[in-house]
Design a protein around this ligand. Structure first.
Ligand code: BGP
Length: 464
């Protein structure tokens, strides 16, 4: 067996800062955080933790804690800043330096091409709702493959097509901040097509790596076991998981998905017959799973569609949704929730991995994100994040159990490498192994969990 990959993850807009340096163009998130009334915490990623200038220090900390892999994303707007399509050499230089610095430290770079930050000019023509974005994505991906494909062993096409569209077009907390299922379906379909077409492009080249897609997964569980609950479970699985996982692994959408969409009056004229061939040819080598919680549901009981996420914290508002005619969220009073109203249920790691093993012929998987967001405090120069250690420790235990039982899980990435911009939640919701003192020159202070994770990696790799 190859060495298990133990590492951590970030995404370009969330950590790089340097939003307008070295020829970088504007992305939808630059625009959102500077101008949108929906930016409810009134912060931006202009500087964030300044990874752009401090990646060497960050990589040294990863190395020091025995992490042997780093998942990060490329900012499209550093490579192709605007609609002229001209390639920005300084952008290529930056990622060349980052990739080379990983390799020098024996840290496997796991590179995501797109993690939410669309170029602003594409966002303005409808983003993923517009087919042109797919062609532009393939063009951008090809440039990255040509520039870095000789050294990158793991590529990811897109991060979380499901959760991204859910936020943009369901909850409406990400730009364009609407609740519109027609647009939701179209953008989601195009994202999957974009991913498939990029994989087809990858297969044409002589690159050393493997390529996958990252899905924000959560295995579905129901309150009851009767027929109504089973139907709700299938609907919730279609809605949250299968349109992504079936499509990128099997190469086609589940039949009953289109049936359900039509039943919900979704106009499917954006689905073209000729796309089928791309989906068939553009399947993944591995699945990345971002795992934070399960999907706990019950039968739809009435009312309009309503999706709510808690971006303000403080623990009072729970996350959940009613999807008209499909299912609704169930709440289990025995399961704890975090300060943002999301279940803390580490066992779902095992259930999810065993589901993927069973359904998809034990495809290679990576846990590309898992972690615990909380309000960490710096006291006397230290952060004692024992809650994170306890919760993430449980998740990892369940992952190792699935591994022991034959699940083809090949790596684990903790979200996140260091504290960073938590999208609409701002900066107070922290996930990092390393604390960032945002008020004190972005000083890096490893938390207790950093040392705990170091020990855990050491022990696991010793046992191999
Ligand atoms: C995932 C995203 C990450 C990250 C994480 C935590 O969905 O891929 O970018 O942010 O969730 O979520 P949040 O920051 O909203 O708490």
């Amino acid at each position: 067996m190859e060495k298990f990959l133990w590492g951590s993850a970030t995404a370009s807009y969330q950590c790089e800062g340097a939003w307008n340096e070295d020829g970088k163009g504007e992305s939808q998130w630059d625009d959102f955080s500077h101008h949108s009334p929906f930016n409810i915490n009134h912060v931006d990623g202009d500087i964030s933790c300044d990874h752009y200038h401090r990646f060497i220090e960050d990589l040294d900390l990863m190395k020091e804690s025995h992490q042997n892999t780093y998942r990060f994303s490329i900012a499209w707007t550093r490579i192709i800043p605007d609609e002229t399509g001209k390639v920005n050499q300084k952008g290529l230089d930056f990622y060349n330096q980052l990739i080379n610095a990983c390799i020098e430290r024996h840290i496997v770079p796991n590179v995501t091409l797109w993690h939410y930050d669309l170029p602003l000019h594409l966002y303005k023509i409808g983003g993923w709702e517009n087919r042109r974005t797919i062609d532009e994505f393939v063009n951008y991906a090809k440039i990255c493959f040509e520039a870095f494909g000789d050294r990158v062993p793991l590529w990811v096409t897109v991060n979380e097509p499901g959760f991204y569209t859910h936020c943009c077009y369901g909850a409406g907390n990400y730009p364009p901040n609407v609740c519109d299922f027609q647009r939701y379906a179209k953008a989601g379909y195009h994202l999957m097509l974009g991913s498939a077409r990029v994989i087809e492009e990858f297969r044409k080249g002589d690159y050393i790596g493997k390529i996958g897609l990252v899905h924000a997964s959560g295995n579905v569980e129901t309150k009851g076991t009767d027929e109504a609950n089973q139907i709700a479970a299938r609907n919730a699985d279609l809605f949250n998981n299968l349109w992504v996982t079936d499509t990128c692994i099997r190469g086609y959408f589940p039949d009953d998905l289109f049936y359900k969409l039509r039943e919900s009056q979704i106009d499917l004229s954006f689905v073209k017959e000729e796309d089928k061939i791309h989906f068939r040819n553009g399947t993944v080598d591995f699945l990345g799973i971002n795992l934070y919680c399960r999907t706990y549901v019950k039968p739809y009981s009435g009312g309009e569609t309503n999706v709510h996420l808690n971006n303000k914290g403080s623990g009072k508002i729970l996350e959940g949704e009613v999807i008209k005619g499909w299912y609704e969220t169930a709440y289990d009073p025995h399961v704890k929730v975090n300060q943002w109203g999301r279940e803390i249920y580490p066992r779902c790691m095992y259930d999810e991995l065993m589901t993927i093993k069973r359904e998809y012929d034990n495809i290679p998987v990576f846990i590309t994100e898992n972690g615990h967001g909380c309000y960490d405090e710096l006291i006397d120069g230290q952060v004692d994040d024992k809650e994170r250690i306890e919760i993430v420790g449980e998740f990892i235990k369940w992952m190792l159990k699935a591994r022991e039982e034959g699940c083809n899980v090949q790596g684990y990435y903790m979200w996140s490498t260091m504290d960073l911009y938590s999208w609409v939640n701002g900066y107070k919701k922290r996930y990092g192994l390393v604390y960032i003192d945002f008020n004190n020159g972005n000083k890096r202070i490893p938390k207790k969990s950093y040392y705990w994770y170091k020990k855990l990696i050491e022990n696991d790799l010793k046992g191999e």
